[in-house]
Write a protein that binds this ligand. Structure first.
Ligand code: Z57
Length: 833
């Protein structure tokens, strides 16, 4: 029989229910209440940090009410849900975004003001939640914002790292130093520990095959996964989705044997090893790092997430064959691919579903997005490591492979090369499991993240699989960014100007970004252009203020602001930028003071982290900093060229840089950047794009018109041939590109500090030049010349800037997430009343 609900007197329950604090006086009451109780402090000893915490807790209460409503609606209506598995979420700050999405920012501002504080100061007290490296993790964060805003039932799953991406410090000699990021040091008002949601996760041990393809996995080490929930408020809707983060803990009574044997130390060590699993985010972007602990993280997270998903599904009381009707699981890159053999293990070993039926369920539940074609980023795990850590999963992978290879043999009889190419197991010492292939064959559909990238997948990495499965399994969803954070929140001036000009409520164009097109009719209007220019100027001054307080330097805000901010990576070619700057510097030095006065003053900003073990990337940082030091101090040129490296790039720093750019650079070797997403953010804020014909740059050009983009460099189809030429018919750099040769020689000669230091970096260009700097340098310099010429005519420039913003509607993450919802997951919006 069903239990009576609620227990006790229903009217008493109802009376106790809280409603949202939406007017100023309820908000101030709630803040004071949290000061008094949650923080146990009082008005007389409250600083900004305390005031921020109390205010954030009050915002959290408001979000929680919506969260509860949302989860109740999901439970009642049982819609199909999507689960987004991403090993990183680069959320940045939550508070400002939360009150904006709740539509309560003005009320909070006034309330805070009445309490004697300043809202912007409190916003600045929040630390970034930086559980990600770069594009992959930030994309996941944008997608969660969009799924709530578009009322789609989507949950994110990831790990609750105790330490996020490291804090970057720059030593006096220009070296990058890394410090830990203990972001949970203070109270985190935005997470809800769910100590009652726990799963046991096994590692190591033995797997004994029994009957019917089943096995029993036992022994080894067991650890606990504990859930922490982060609320994801939608914009202008009650829908509030959830990001569930797992923390690892030792199982209670763990290793009692050691305790009993008096071996206290060993038992404590083991408990440390359980906690180590979610201790730190691996700081590599676009490279693999074949460490056992990383594999442990991947399994811990996917196993806990699947256990949670399956528990929820089981509560519906449906047969397992219905799983794909209730759950779509998105594998974001190969990091969660172990979910495929894990679901097979649950279905076959624990639920006794026949193998073939289980495989049918699996291949209708999972979807796979690839985010890179760089070979060094394609995950492969050594068979002996997998066998040791996850013996049952290795058996399952072998079984999947056997059946798969047989079906390939059936379709392409006698094609042994093909079998070797497509096998999940790569021969070698040791043998390795190709995770991308496992993700491809275990998923319903596969997609890339921009048109060019998806096409490259179909013709390279996935070629054999396209021939086997057919082309319709391989699609594209071009990335997007959330206009809430990346326009409304980071650029309130522009947001207000847009709203005033379009004469529609902000809430309308922020959720239907194509409406920005309405700005086009004002692109030529001098009055509007003036307002547009004022907003940009204000944002440049705000950035200059930040730079002054952090680096202690004053910046000429009348100069053109030129920005390249992203992870340091050879394929992203920060080197091309810094070599171009050196070239510009030499040119400025070689002309007369009168001629110099005619040039366009430029301030170049760099920011970005290098993976701690990436030697060349760190050398690039050192070079940038030492070049900046020389150039910034040169009295001949300092008015015309300044270079800054902003340390410790983060989401919050991006929120200052993005609205302040006149141009931004996205200059990867053609065919290497899968999409890029900051390109979209800069253009949305009216910064013009200097870039190669790569990733989403191409689609940005298609949308806003090539006349508004500064494209340069070789195209993707030429890259392979050029590399071949470099290897087999090398031409000396002096001949190929004398301007670049001169730059390299001056660096060698010690113009920017000890030349010897940079030799390993310079040699990558002189010798193999894998990223084709010598091929693209001249065309890059020419493109920047066009930028200078275009900037002279401010009215034309402003027209380009306005047009760029107006035509960026396609790149809203709302469009992208709706595309996933319709074409991949088959889920529908569910409005929470
Ligand atoms: C990462 O940030 C990206 C791809 C990866 O495979 C890994 Br690992 C980390 C980036 C791509 O480099 C960007 O081009 C892309 O825009 C972003 O993922 C989001 O798709």
């Amino acid at each position: 029989g069903k239990e009576k609900w609620p227990r006790g007197d229903e009217s008493v329950w109802k009376e106790g229910l809280r409603s949202a604090d939406e007017d100023v006086s309820s908000i101030t009451k709630s803040i004071v209440h949290h000061v008094q109780t949650s923080l146990s402090r009082q008005a007389y000893n409250l600083d900004d940090l305390g005031a921020y915490q109390a205010t954030a807790l009050s915002a959290k209460d408001n979000m929680l009410l919506n969260w509860n409503e949302t989860q109740l609606a999901y439970t009642r209506k049982q819609p199909k849900r999507a689960y987004y598995l991403c090993i990183e979420y680069l959320m940045g700050r939550t508070f400002d975004n939360a009150i904006l999405n709740l539509g309560l920012k003005d009320q909070y501002r006034e309330g805070i003001d009445q309490l004697g504080f300043n809202l912007e100061d409190l916003i600045d007290k929040e630390r970034d939640a930086a559980l990600g490296n770069g594009g992959l993790g930030r994309l996941a964060a944008c997608y969660l914002d969009s799924s709530s805003s578009q009322e789609l039932p989507v949950w994110g799953y990831s790990l609750r790292y105790k330490y996020g991406i490291f804090q970057q410090l720059i030593a006096p000699d220009g070296s990058q130093l890394e410090a830990p990021d203990p972001w949970l040091e203070h109270l985190n008002p935005f997470e809800i520990p769910r100590y009652d949601v726990q799963y046991e996760i096994r590692f190591y041990g033995q797997s004994e095959r029994t009957t019917k393809g089943r096995a029993v996995w036992s022994g080894g080490q067991e650890v606990l996964a504990v859930a922490y929930d982060v609320m994801i408020p939608g914009y202008g809707t009650k829908n509030t989705n959830n990001l569930r983060l797992w923390e690892s803990k030792p199982k209670r009574g763990f290793d009692l044997q050691s305790f009993n044997a008096g071996d206290y130390e060993r038992a404590v060590e083991a408990s440390n090893s359980a906690e180590a699993i979610t201790s730190v985010l691996y700081p590599n972007d676009n490279t693999t790092f074949g460490k056992e602990l990383r594999l442990k993280q991947q399994y811990f997270w996917t196993a806990a997430s699947l256990a949670d998903i399956i528990r929820r599904f089981k509560s519906l009381d449906k047969p397992f064959s219905a799983l794909p009707d209730y759950a779509a699981i998105q594998l974001n890159d190969t990091h969660p691919t172990l979910a495929i053999p894990e679901l097979m293990r649950i279905l076959v070993d624990e639920e006794e579903v026949p193998w073939d039926d289980a495989w049918e369920i699996v291949t209708n539940t999972f979807f796979f997005t690839n985010h890179t074609v760089l070979p060094e980023a394609l995950e492969k795990w050594a068979v002996p490591l997998l066998e040791h850590l996850l013996p049952r999963h290795l058996q399952i992978i072998y079984d999947i492979n056997l059946i798969f290879v047989q079906s390939v043999e059936k379709k392409f009889p006698g094609d042994r090369d093909r079998l070797a190419r497509m096998s999940l197991i790569e021969e070698g010492y040791p043998k390795q499991v190709r995770m991308a292939y496992l993700a491809i064959i275990g998923s319903r559909k596969v997609n890339g993240v921009a048109e060019l990238h998806s096409e490259l997948l179909r013709t390279t990495i996935c070629k054999d699989f396209v021939e086997f499965f057919g082309i319709s399994k391989f699609g594209n969803v071009t990335n997007g960014v959330t206009p809430r954070r990346w326009l409304d929140q980071c650029n309130p001036g522009l947001s207000a100007l847009i709203t005033e000009t379009l004469k529609i409520p902000k809430s309308e164009w922020l959720k239907d970004l194509k409406k920005l097109q309405g700005l086009l009719e004002y692109a030529d209007d001098p009055k509007f252009q003036k307002k547009w220019a004022v907003v940009k100027q204000t944002n440049k001054e705000r950035l200059a203020h930040y730079v002054e307080t952090t680096l202690g330097v004053k910046i000429n805000t009348k100069a053109m602001f030129d920005v390249q901010v992203k992870r340091l990576h050879e394929y992203k070619r920060q080197t091309l930028n810094i070599f171009g700057i050196i070239h510009r510097y030499f040119t400025l030095k070689s002309i007369t003071p009168e001629e110099r006065k005619k040039t366009n003053p430029r301030v170049v900003f760099f920011a970005g982290k290098a993976a701690p073990g990436y030697y060349i990337a760190k050398l690039v940082i050192k070079l940038i900093i030492n070049v900046a030091r020389v150039i910034n101090a040169d009295p001949d040129t300092k008015e015309y060229l300044q270079v800054y490296f902003l340390p410790d790039y983060s989401v919050s720093v991006a929120e200052l840089l993005v609205p302040a750019s006149n141009i931004s650079q996205h200059i990867s070797t053609a065919g290497t950047e899968a999409s890029g997403t900051s390109n979209m953010k800069f253009c949305l804020n009216g910064g013009l794009l200097v870039g190669t014909v790569d990733g989403a740059n191409i689609e940005i050009g298609e949308e806003i018109g090539d006349e508004n983009v500064f494209f340069f460099g070789h195209l993707t189809p030429a890259v392979e041939d050029l590399r071949y030429q470099h290897t087999y018919h090398p031409v000396p750099i002096e001949q190929k590109c004398p301007a670049l040769a001169h730059v390299l020689n001056e660096i060698s000669a010690g113009k920017f500090g000890e030349g010897q230091t940079y030799e390993p970096l310079l040699n990558t260009v002189r010798h193999h030049d894998h990223y084709l700097l010598t091929e693209d340098f001249q065309s890059y310099i020419d493109a920047l010349k066009l930028v200078d010429e275009a900037y002279l005519d401010q009215s034309k420039w402003l027209k380009k800037s306005i047009t760029t913003c107006a035509k960026m509607g396609k790149f809203s993450s709302d469009r992208a997430i709706l595309d996933y919802a319709e074409e991949y997951w088959s889920i529908e919006p569910l409005t929470v009343e």
